[in-house]
Write a protein of this length. Structure first.
Length: 91
């Protein structure tokens, strides 16, 4: 879960850097650095979501495939899904 959280943040941050660079100065060194980082973070999000979603079902796995914000959506889905064996409304 920690790996997914870090990779999702990195994926969203690098996407923001790439878009800001595209809309402003379009510096090649920024693109050369942030592009591969974004791609790597995207792949790590998919792999981490695949491993972390045994309790959350397959919905989070599908969300992880969305480029840019998929990791954040997968995290949200995992947090909202109760753990197996836990029923809502009972203590």
């Amino acid at each position: 879960m920690r790996t997914l959280r870090i990779a999702a943040g990195a994926e969203a941050a690098t996407l923001a850097v790439l878009l800001a660079n595209l809309l402003t100065v379009h510096a090649r060194p920024v693109t050369s650095l942030a592009g591969p980082l974004h791609g790597t973070a995207y792949l790590v999000v998919i792999a981490a979501a695949w491993q972390a979603t045994t309790a959350a079902g397959t919905g989070a796995r599908w969300y992880a495939l969305v480029p840019g914000v998929g990791g954040l959506l997968a995290l949200r889905r995992i947090r909202r899904t109760p753990a197996p064996g836990v029923q809502e409304g009972r203590t």
